[in-house]
Design a binder for this molecule. Structure first.
Ligand code: COA
Length: 261
C-alpha cells in the first residue's frame, strides 16, 4: 500500500495483517495513524483476494497504548468533537467491514487501543496483554465508541467498573469476562490469530459477510445518535482544567491532582 508511514500491511494468502507501527510511542494513535488505518481498510475492502483481516501492533510491548496524549492535550471543545468523530468514523468502518476482522492483542491495549480491539469482530490476546480504558484518569472519557461497545461485549456492570476505575485487566480476566475469545503464548500470537481466522475464512465468504451484517444490523447500539452524544461529551471535557492537568501530569510523568473543574 502506497504512502503509509505508520501502518504496514502484509499478506498471507487470503489473510491481510495490518500492523500499527509507531513503536517509539507504543503505537499510540495520532490523527495520521487513524487516517492511515482508515485508508488501509478502504483498500482492503476492494481487494477481492482478502477474505479476513488481522489488526495487530508492531513490536513486543503494545497493541496500541491509546490515542496520542500529546495531541489530545492540544484540543479544545470544538476540535475535541472532531477528534472523537474522526476516530469513531474509522472504527465504525472497521466494525461494519464486510470481511471478518480480528484483533491480535499483544501487550497494552489501552484507551483508543482497547476501543480499536472492541471495534474488531473478534479478539485474541497473548498472555501479556493488558486491556483498559484509563481515560478518566486523564480527565476525559473514551471517545472512539468505547462507552458504547465495551458494555455490549462484557456487560454493563463490568464495563462501568473498567471505565470508572480506569484500571487494567490481564489476559486471563479478559477471557473470563468475554473481552477476548482466546489467550495464546506471545511467541505464537500472530500464527495462532491466523489459525483462528482460517476457521472463518474456510467458510462461505458471502455467508460470513451476511452473518456480520445481520448481527451488527440487529444491535445498533453504536447508533449515530449515541456516537454523536459520546463525541459531544468528549469534546466538552477539553474545556476542563482537569483534562489539562491529567494530560500534563502524564507528560511530566507524575500523578494528576484533579480539582473537579
Ligand atoms: N500517547 C502518547 N504517548 C504515549 C502514549 C499515548 N497514549 N502511550 C505511551 N506513550 C509514549 C510515552 O510517552 C513514551 O514516550 P517517550 O519515550 O517519548 O517519553 C513512550 O510511549 C513509551 O512509554 P512509557 O510510558 O515510557 O512506557 P512504560 O512501559 O513505562 O508504560 C504504559 C507503558 C502503557 C503503562 C504508559 O505508556 C501509559 O500509561 N500510556 C498511556 C496510556 C493511556 O492513558 N492511554 C489512553 C489515552 S486516551
Amino acid at each position: 500500500m502506497a504512502d503509509l508511514r505508520y501502518i504496514r500491511v502484509e499478506r498471507d494468502a487470503e489473510i491481510a495483517v495490518v500492523f500499527v507501527d509507531r513503536q517509539d510511542k507504543l503505537n499510540a494513535l495520532n490523527a495520521e495513524v487513524v487516517a492511515e488505518l482508515g485508508r488501509a481498510f478502504e483498500e482492503l475492502r476492494e481487494d477481492e483476494g482478502v477474505r479476513g483481516v488481522i489488526v495487530t501492533g508492531a513490536g513486543e510491548k503494545a497493541f496500541v497504548a491509546g490515542a496520542d496524549i500529546d495531541e489530545l492535550a492540544q484540543m479544545d471543545s470544538i476540535s475535541g468533537v472532531g477528534v472523537s468523530r474522526h476516530g469513531q468514523d474509522v472504527f465504525l468502518a472497521i466494525e461494519r467491514f464486510p470481511k471478518p476482522v480480528l484483533a491480535a492483542v499483544g501487550g497494552y491495549a489501552l484507551g483508543g487501543g482497547c476501543e480499536l480491539a472492541l471495534a474488531c469482530h473478534l479478539r485474541v490476546a497473548s498472555e501479556n496483554a493488558r486491556f483498559g480504558q484509563p481515560e478518566v484518569g486523564l480527565g476525559i472519557i473514551p471517545g472512539y465508541g468505547g462507552t458504547i461497545r465495551l458494555s455490549r461485549l462484557v456487560g454493563l456492570g463490568r464495563a462501568i467498573e473498567l471505565t470508572l476505575t480506569g484500571e487494567m485487566v490481564g489476559a486471563e480476566r479478559a477471557l473470563q469476562i468475554g473481552l477476548v475469545s482466546a489467550v495464546v503464548p506471545r511467541e505464537s500470537l500472530l500464527s495462532d490469530a491466523k489459525d483462528f481466522m482460517r476457521r472463518i475464512t474456510k467458510n462461505a465468504p458471502i455467508a460470513v459477510r451476511m452473518a456480520l451484517e445481520s448481527i451488527y444490523g440487529g444491535l445498533d447500539n453504536a447508533s449515530p445518535e449515541a456516537l454523536a452524544f459520546e463525541s459531544s461529551l468528549f469534546g466538552l471535557l477539553a474545556s476542563t482544567e482537569d483534562m489539562k492537568e491529567g494530560m500534563t501530569a502524564f507528560m511530566e510523568k507524575r500523578k494528576a491532582d484533579f480539582k473537579g473543574r
